[in-house]
Design a protein around this ligand. Structure first.
Ligand SMILES: Nc1ncnc2c1ncn2[C@@H]1O[C@H](COP(=O)(O)OP(=O)(O)OP(=O)(O)O)[C@@H](O)[C@H]1O
Ligand SMILES: CC(C)(CO)[C@@H](O)C(=O)NCCC(=O)O
Ligand SMILES: [K+]
Length: 279
């Protein structure tokens, strides 16, 4: 089995992948913490032959995790943000400073769709662009839905947005504090992603496929005005592309990769932007 880890600031996600069939056998998530307990936090390491890790947690968390895993597992790959990988050149002035989860998501998206916009709707919402040809432009970081809500401190932090709500309802004026906050942060996140996407396509003169991942991707997807695909395993896809271990991965097939709809024509994106400026 292969153990893939996506260690975030708040949540750490894991999945077990069969090295022969390439099937995902199990998955889970725990709060990111200082110390891991195999068996309760992550699966029993006896069945694991190789581990791949993407971590944006504090350095000490990664060091301890890697030390623990190296004692038990033969192969441990730790992803890093580099200047270049898989045909993509990192747009950051200091490439290693780009969050490795963004780098993994970007590499996976480019592998799947070519020049693209990849959005991670997690604790933070990150929006990254790669042009056709592989030049990563850099991106945007904004607070995620939960962080926006917590920062308001209006006593609404425990009332989450129902991920099954329709975007139309979530964009309507709220009639109580919980609604006003939930609809406000939803409007902020959705408008930002729609606008950033249109602005960057306009500046660069190319309509790019759009891919979304992260805990809030499904609900944000409902508010998107342009074609896009959801890819819950996007960060894991970057680990697969960087450290291919199964025969499917070596053949370039990434788990759970969605079919990506073609973007709308650039003229339409520009018309939408021009319209919003007139108002
Ligand atoms: N069980 C859950 N715990 C926390 N957040 C959740 C949960 N289920 C859904 N969410 C939503 O998902 C978002 C976090 O998404 P995700 O799991 O992608 O985080 P993340 O970006 O990986 O977090 P981090 O990297 O900071 O750990 C939160 O904003 C929250 O609204
Ligand atoms: C922005 C987050 C927190 C999103 O998980 C992560 O990618 C990160 O810590 N990035 C480092 C800062 C940067 O990407 O510029
Ligand atoms: K993340």
């Amino acid at each position: 089995m292969i153990l893939d880890l996506d260690i975030g600031n708040t949540l750490s996600k894991w999945r077990l992948k069969d090295s022969v069939s390439s099937e995902i056998r199990s998955r889970g998530a725990v709060w990111t913490r200082e110390e891991w307990r195999p068996g309760s936090d992550i699966p029993d390491l006896d069945v694991v032959e190789a581990v791949r890790i993407s971590s944006v947690a504090r350095r000490a968390v990664l060091q301890d995790t890697v030390a623990l895993l190296r004692r038990r597992v033969g192969v441990v790959h730790v992803a890093r943000s580099t200047r270049e990988a898989l045909g993509v050149t990192n747009g950051y002035e200091e490439p290693s400073r780009l969050g490795v989860d963004r780098w993994m998501g970007t590499l996976a998206s480019y592998h799947l769709a070519g020049g693209c916009c990849s959005v991670d709707c997690g604790s933070a919402i990150t929006i990254d662009f790669v042009l056709p040809g592989g030049r990563h432009l850099g991106g945007y970081i904004l607070p995620g839905l939960r962080l926006m809500k917590e920062s308001l401190q209006l006593g609404t932090r425990n009332v989450a947005i129902d991920p099954d709500s329709e975007a139309d309802e979530l964009l309507a004026p709220g009639k109580n504090t919980v609604e006003a906050v939930n609809h406000g942060i939803y409007m902020a996140a959705v408008s930002a992603v729609n606008r950033v996407y249109a602005e960057v396509c306009d500046r660069e003169g190319v309509a790019m496929p759009l891919l979304l991942t992260g805990g809030d991707a499904r609900v944000i997807s409902r508010g998107m005005r342009v074609p896009h695909a959801l890819w819950p395993d996007m960060v894991y896809g970057g680990l697969e592309a960087c450290f291919p271990l199964t025969s499917a991965e070596r053949a370039g097939r990434l788990s759970g990769a969605p079919s990506v709809p073609p973007p709308v024509a650039l003229e339409k994106i520009r018309a939408g932007l021009a319209f919003s400026m007139l108002l």
